[in-house]
Design a protein around this ligand. Structure first.
Ligand code: URA
Length: 250
């Protein structure tokens, strides 16, 4: 990957003592090193690995964990990405039993920017619930409910449809606390039968079949962390107007 040798030639470079990891020569084939953290040198010259950056949107089926290892041996989301050899990791998490939109990437900086608390994008969930969904229940969920880690911020909550004793509701939240939607529903007495993430920022789950994925476009990759130029401009103008008004009052 560094354009120095073929895989076979690399083995010879290693066994002949020309390769070092963090300054220590290694002659053992199969030694592990991570080019993103370790300094790998050939003949004392550090190599650079050109890494293709990958961003995908997966429709996660229920029954998969979003951690990279599971002590209980349950299936892992990356098991579904068979034709990409780069090591991808999920941006944030979805529960084992949750379906829907999950982003995966190998770009740590992009993932960190997305996950940073100052950059919370709206996330929409469709929840199939058992129990009566009254206007009071919707109001409670919308205004915020008290969880054991504090009140939830206001959310946009709507009934999508009701079939017999089940209803589908849509919940849009900006936070991303552990099992937040399930805990919000439990707190107002709703039993969650199914939970699907249908939107992340401007990205919709769309028609992607469960267990399959698509690559994001350059525009999607950029706008997720920067926001749409027109939206950003609007916010800046509103902030300026507010600032002017406040100063006028002084
Ligand atoms: N909220 C939950 O309760 N679970 C998820 O997987 C995502 C959001």
């Amino acid at each position: 990957m560094a354009g120095i040798s073929s895989r076979r030639e690399a083995e010879t470079l290693i066994t002949s003592g020309r390769v070092s990891i963090n300054g220590l020569v290694t002659t053992t084939l199969g030694s592990k090193a991570d080019p993103s953290v370790d300094i790998i040198s050939v003949d004392d010259k550090p190599i650079t690995v050109r890494k293709e950056r990958i961003y995908i949107l997966l429709n996660k089926p229920a029954g998969y964990v979003t951690t990279l290892k599971d002590p209980d041996g349950r299936p892992i989301v990356t098991d579904l990405i068979k034709d990409i050899t780069e090591r991808l990791f999920p941006v944030g998490r979805l529960d084992f039993n949750t379906d829907g939109l999950l982003l995966l990437t190998n770009d740590g900086e992009w993932a960190n920017r997305l996950a940073h608390p100052s950059h919370q994008v709206p996330k929409e969930y469709h929840v199939k619930v058992r129990g009566e969904v009254t206007p009071e229940t919707i109001a409670k969920l919308s205004n915020g409910v008290k969880l054991d880690d504090g009140w939830t911020a206001p959310a946009k909550v709507e009934i999508v449809r009701t079939i017999g004793k089940n209803s589908w509701i849509s919940i849009v939240i900006h936070e991303g606390r552990y099992r937040q939607v399930r805990r919000m529903c439990e707190t107002v007495g709703l039993l969650v039968a199914r939970l699907i993430r249908t939107r992340y920022g401007d990205l919709q789950l769309g028609e992607i079949k469960p267990g399959t994925y698509r690559h994001l476009t350059q525009e999607e990759i950029r706008s997720l962390i920067e926001g749409k130029p027109d939206k950003q401009q609007k916010i800046k103008t509103q902030e300026k107007d507010l600032h002017k008004k406040k100063n006028r009052g002084k």
